[in-house]
Each structure stands twice: as structure tokens, then as C-alpha cells.
Design a protein around this ligand. Sequence first.
Ligand SMILES: C[S@@+](CC[C@H](N)C(=O)[O-])C[C@H]1O[C@@H](n2cnc3c(N)ncnc32)[C@H](O)[C@@H]1O
Length: 219
Amino acid sequence: MKAQVGLIIHQEQEAYLEQLLPERDLLLREMERFADEHHIPIADPEVATFLEITVRALQAQRVLEVGTAIGYADIFMARAMAPQGRVVTIDISAEMIGRAKAYAKRAGLEDRVEFHEGPALTVIPTLEGPFDLVYLDAVKGEYRDYLDLALPLMRTGGVVVCDNVLWRGQVASGRLSGEQCRQPTEALRGFNDYFVHHPQLLAQILPVGDGLAYGVKVK
Ligand SMILES: C[S@@+](CC[C@H](N)C(=O)[O-])C[C@H]1O[C@@H](n2cnc3c(N)ncnc32)[C@H](O)[C@@H]1O
């Protein structure tokens, strides 16, 4: 999701990197247009590509995604898995899940995506691990709780990726004031600190997309 604050890398670098991205097929382009027209936050293509690369590198069999939206990132991750692989995804919105299911079906990947409707904090404790990859992308102020719930479900050597952790530069600059911006900014600052110093993770914050927290579970 691109929040309207600023760029986290120089505009020239962003344009250069964008033209190096792998071409997306017609369905993914349609999803990008739909999300844009309906103001639905979906992963940046570079983030979705990065997730696909990570799924391949881990040879992931089970992925947990928190925050489905229309299932854009699901398609990148599911297509990188073997037929028995599963992306388990959670969204609070029945409408979003309905759209994501329809897109997964059109992509021929409906058997590889398992949808759960409900608040992530309620759903995660009902899931069974182990997961090779966990992708957090729902309520920014809940990231720490998602991580605490998901870590025990991850295998050692598994990877956790959290999106929007630099929030278009706002997390570093604190440029925007007002309660609406102050709360998520402080929540993300607190989360980033918690994440990179977590005793079970070897972790880093990467300026990919809108900022990715990226960590491997070491114990
Ligand atoms: C940024 S979008 C997800 C984008 C998607 N991960 C992708 O990469 O294309 C965030 C989603 O989280 C969902 N959401 C919001 N609050 C939630 C909650 N408490 N539990 C689960 N999902 C939630 C929203 O309905 C929205 O679809």
C-alpha cells in the first residue's frame, strides 16, 4: 500500500527500479487497476515479487498472510508453490474474501489458497503450523500482536515479512502531525524496534516498496 506521504527512495531510483520489474500478466494488471480505482490497498508489485522470490527460495509449503484484500500477493505466492502448497490468508472483510476467491479461481490457483474470514487476532490462534513464511499486512497497530501469535506457528528458518513499515517516509520523518498520523507512526516505530531486536529473529528493515520488515526465525 502506498500511503500519500512521500517516497522512501529517490524518485529517479524508484522509476529505474520500476522499469526493471518483471512484466505482470493481464489478470494481475486488471487487479492493480481495480485496486487503484476502488482505493483498495494492495502490495506494491516489487513487494509481491519479493514475496514470490522468498517463497521459491524457501521452497515454502505453507504461507500465512494476515490481510488478504483482493488476493493480489496471494497469486504471486501461490504460483511459486508446488501443487500441494497452501497460502492461508485472513481478512476481516467478507467482500474482500469474495473478490480474492474469484481472482484466485481465474488464476487457476483456488486449490492453493485457504481463506479465513474474521479479525486476525481471533483467527491466528485457531490455525495450525508450521508455516515457512508469514506475511503481515493488516492493521499496523496490531503488527506486534500478529507477530507474537504467528512466531510459535513458524518453523525455525522460516521468514516473516511485514509491509508498510516505513509508511512512505513518515515513520522516519514524522513529518505529518495530527492524531490520525501520530498513532500509526508511533505504532510502527515501536514495532520496527521490537522486530529488529527480537531474540527469536535475525531481522532488518528494507526500503522495498513501502518498507519491509524482513526477518528469519533463528530459534
Ligand atoms: C493492505 S490490505 C492487504 C493487501 C494484501 N496483503 C496484498 O498484499 O495485496 C489490508 C487488509 O487487511 C484487512 N483487515 C483490516 N483489519 C483486519 C483485521 N483486524 N483482521 C484481518 N484483516 C483485517 C482489510 O480488510 C484489508 O483487506
